[in-house]
Design a protein around this ligand. Structure first.
Ligand SMILES: Cc1ncc(COP(=O)(O)O)c(C=O)c1O
Length: 377
């Protein structure tokens, strides 16, 4: 990854993310967290974790939030707590990070993949046809910081008696019809991987639920079967706690979260305004066009000239990301190539994510815009 190169005020590049700049901006707050934790030896399951869990639960509007060591483990223990097992079919999308599908496979259930729509989220018109007598659940993914159609998904779940895990790894802060993503499903998960909406200094994640019994199971699963009284083992579990240090760092960063979301939306609006009339470049609808609230974890564009475009971005020191260049169902070892997902395949050939993070300066946003416009002229 390149760093932003500013020579005599002249920008000559923009990295895809800029962790160093975020640290420089929050240095005194984050250093104080580190010093406090190290001085007191507050490492595992301490007050910082409890406080952070409460902050997230209140923010999302759910009863329980349980800190774990990654979004992946949040998915895995959700699937386990819901009791999914061999013979069960669980519906999700092909166009997602592999961990979404992995959670289904890891508990022995069968992933049933449906295609996504033009907004990169689950095509809800395709879900009902995928439901069989074996279907036990759905995992919608709120990709790129945009909510999937939770109205339709919860309607189908109710009609067919299915459990729902919302994969909101990329979507902290986003809303569907005014309600936070992560507040609809039986459980929901968020990731605190460094480049996520809210990122820690390593791996981290959280599971949310309104169900007391599920919350108990999830707490037991994340800490080798223990909940509150460590003498009592409630089940076999895992060691997947969110470290107290990460929780404290995340709490410190969370104070800035609303400002960060506003800045992401501002940058997205600038990109949208600049790119909307470029014929060869597909963009997501602008925030104002949407009944929901997008947080822009990623700013994704589509072009049939992707190889040429990414080579050009590289030559101009502009960082980019392709999610995902080989779709999951075409990864041979996963044995999922019996699914026919034309939109997923088209997306994997055309998408590019441009730099998008709150610390980007207006000059950097303009640099990206100018270069993109020159390419498509
Ligand atoms: C959609 C989605 N689900 C799950 C995950 C897994 O999260 P983590 O990296 O914290 O394990 C990610 C992370 O990239 C993701 O993007």
């Amino acid at each position: 990854m390149t760093n932003t190169i500013i020579e005599s005020e002249k920008i000559t590049g923009v990295p895809f993310v800029n962790f160093k700049r975020q640290y420089q901006q929050l240095k005194s707050e984050l250093d104080a967290v580190w010093e406090g934790i190290m001085s007191n030896g507050d490492f595992i399951m301490r007050k910082h974790l409890e406080d952070f869990e409460r902050e997230i639960a209140d923010y999302i509007g759910v009863k329980h939030a349980i800190g774990v060591n990654s979004g992946t483990d949040a998915l895995y223990i959700s699937a386990h707590a819901l009791g999914w097992k061999p013979g069960d079919e669980i519906i999700t999308v092909g166009h997602t990070f592999v961990a979404t599908i992995g959670a289904i496979a890891q508990c022995g259930a069968t992933p049933v993949l449906v295609d996504v729509a033009k907004d990169y989220n689950i095509d809800v018109t395709k879900v009902e046809a995928a439901i069989t007598s074996k279907t036990k659940g759905i995992i919608p993914v709120h990709l790129n910081g945009r909510a999937a159609d939770m109205g339709k998904i919860m309607e189908l779940a109710k009609k067919h008696n299915l459990k729902v895990i919302e994969d909101a790894a990329q979507a902290l802060g986003s809303k569907f019809n005014g309600k936070h993503t992560g507040s609809f499903g039986d459980t929901s998960i968020f990731s605190f991987y460094p480049a996520k909406m809210l990122g820690t200094a390593g791996d981290g994640g959280i599971v949310c639920t309104n169900d007391d019994a599920l919350a108990f199971k999830l707490r037991a699963l994340r800490d080798n079967g223990r909940v509150d009284d460590v003498k009592v083992i409630n089940c076999y579990g895992y060691c997947t706690r969110l470290d107290n240090l990460h929780a404290a760092l995340l709490s410190a960063k969370f104070k800035h979260f609303d400002d960060w979301v506003s800045r992401r939306r501002e940058i997205a609006q600038k990109y949208d305004d600049a790119f909307k009339d470029i014929a060869d470049l597909g963009i997501m609808p602008a925030p104002s066009d949407s009944p929901n609230f997008d947080v822009y974890q990623n700013y994704v564009v589509r072009t049939k000239r992707r190889d040429e475009f990414t080579a050009y971005l590289k030559s101009n020191n502009i960082g980019y990301l392709i999610s995902w260049i080989v779709p999951n169902h075409l990864q041979k070892p996963l044995k999922l190539d019996h699914f026919d997902l034309p939109e997923t395949v088209a997306i994997s050939n055309e998408v590019v994510s441009l730099p998008m993070y709150p610390e980007m300066t207006d000059e950097e946003v303009d640099y990206v815009i100018d270069k993109v416009k020159v390419f498509f002229k």
